[in-house]
Write a protein that binds this ligand. Sequence first.
Ligand code: KG4
Length: 340
Amino acid sequence: MIILSAESSCDDTSVAVTEDGRKVLSNAVSSQTDIHVLYGGVVPELASRSHIRAIMPLADRAMAEAGVSKADVDAVAVTYAPGLIGAVLVGVNFAKAAAAALNVPLIPVHHIRGHIAANYIAHPSLCPPFVCLVASGGSSMIVDVRGYTDMRVLGSTRDDAAGECFDKAARVLGIGYPGGAQIDALARSGDPSRYKLPRSRVAGNPYDISFSGLKTAVVNLAHNAAQKGERLDLSDLAASLCAAVSDTLVSRAMDAALELGYGKLAFAGGVAANSMIRSRLSEECGKNGVELFLSPAELCGDNAAMIGCQGYYEYLAGVTADSSLNAYATMSPDSGYIHY
Ligand code: KG4
């Protein structure tokens, strides 16, 4: 089954062509970094406008790179939630028009389910059940992936996501945008024990996460240093921040993996490219006899191939939408497709 898929939930526009879920025929991505770098963060209105300009040329590119014609496309899949609402709407409208024009089914895909599915592309042997740690710019959660379309969120962030924490810290430290990858690079030569940063626990659910205290701690450190005219060691601070995020995420992911006993743990989302978190997860999984599934960086960040992959499994489960499909800014990945 050939699926044409689109992703436009934040600041990357992407169109892909996949075959039977896991085979990627093309995965064209257009980044908006050049636009948002001027503002130190994503400007939603500019993101929407940029998606509008990018999506049709990307679709032509994805089809050409895949070597398929319009007649070969069996379905169109699209991210319909969650994300910046104007941005998600661009992909949804593109997909509705494409599905209508090609007279094929339209498959709505939850963005986080797509991130999880990126691991199916990277690992042909991976199948549910498994525990997935998801960490991106907008979400941080531990998910019990019971089936391809049957998920239960065990815990999630009560405030900021891990990516937001990296991006905001990078901005206040003048490291630049997007911050996560740059903090990761700086951290490689830093001392993770140099700055004492908080590791939070959330009352009520051991799997819930909070990063707002950590983000505020870095912001306060930066402001205090500026007031006193002191220089912070950016590599040491980046390493200390990565260590704090890592301790928070890795401990919860391991606890969940051991409690559920599937013996498999996957890591998904843009933050899954982070080298310290990857290596600490790998150490802990090794110690505890849990198989770890990591994806290459290009599949961790937003891309449409992961949407096509999850779209295939949604389709097999009977999930399709009609032209009344809407976009949603927030939605849990365990809620299933909501018909309004
Ligand atoms: O999944 P993604 O591409 O978009 C969302 O769905 O949010 O994630 C983007 C986030 C950004 O916050 C970015 O700074 C972060 O992922 N990120 C990283 C790394 N690469 C990207 N964070 C830490 N280390 C990295 N190497």
